[in-house]
Design a protein around this ligand. Sequence first.
Ligand SMILES: *[C@@H]1O[C@H](CO)[C@@H](O)[C@H](O)[C@H]1NC(C)=O
Length: 359
Amino acid sequence: MLWLMRFSGFFSAAMLVILLSPSLQSFHPAEAIRSSHHLDGLLRLPPPRLSFRPAPRFRNAADANKCASSSVSTSVCDPSLVHVAITLDVEYLRGSIAAVHSILQHSQCPENIFFHFLVSETNLESLVKSTFPQLNFKVYYFDPEIVRNLISTSVRQALEQPLNYARNYLADLLEPCVERVIYLDSDLVVVDDIAKLWSTSLGSRTIGAPEYCHANFTKYFTAAFWSDTRFARAFAGRRPCYFNTGVMVIDLVRWRRIGYSKRIERWMEIQKNDRIYELGSLPPFLLVFAGHVAPIEHRWNQHGLGGDNVKGSCRDLHAGPVSLLHWSGSGKPWTRLDSKQPCPLDALWAPYDLYGHAH
Ligand SMILES: *[C@@H]1O[C@H](CO)[C@@H](O)[C@H](O)[C@H]1NC(C)=O
């Protein structure tokens, strides 16, 4: 991939830009406001006044007629659309906006993409509209109460946010005419045409995701889980492999028919009484789907770039081509860039950041 081959040159240039650009170095007051919100305890306050620059208008196809739904008003039920679902969590809003920006920039037919935004706060619709004036989108309210009683404490507080669990309810939330959706986390950028991911075959499977069969699957569940045959037999007859739930292609028709939301909820109920895992929304997905996932090329989720809890631990890309960069883990590129302690790969996120006012 030419993009990757140019990587090292681009990378040094990007680091230079960061070192020289006063706007990237400046401290954003909103960050300080958000940090002080944490001190107010667990109360979820109304969205802080984040402002974003409007994204440029993308018309990427040489022949716009090739893009089927370039009509004036696009209905959500138009069968030629590519559907993308993403949460707009106030804490991760800057990441979500960058993700959308990256998708539009690399899509040959950005006008064919329909975004489904999941929110738990109001007032975000006008922000999306002003940042992406041409965007086809719909905002869905996800009631945190749906999962409030199902969430148990996890190793990282960020994993306990109700919106983190919204991906389990896409089949109910989205319009019934939407038959397939790509779910994406907020801490990633897409650097390839998302239409390629959209057209991936799922065969007879309900979800598709890159699988990691060399990862130690045991560690995603507690000893209490593995020692209790009532639980451990859930994996009988399949070869479960780890997959990351931050990038999934989902067949919503099959999901609705088989009722997977309820199956996932059943494991969350069990977790409340018997602690069978330590992470948040991921393990119930592994319990239901691991070993039954349509494998997608690894280029579509170069994950782990956030690094772990150890300060200053920066990750490198995995070998192979890259279509999507995912800052999963506890570190996020925007906080590291703001604090002037970026990891080298954070320079690849920065070009999609629309945070702040126009100069
Ligand atoms: C996998 O992880 C478990 C639990 O952390 C550990 O006990 C086991 O030794 C690991 N297996 C391998 C092959 O590393």
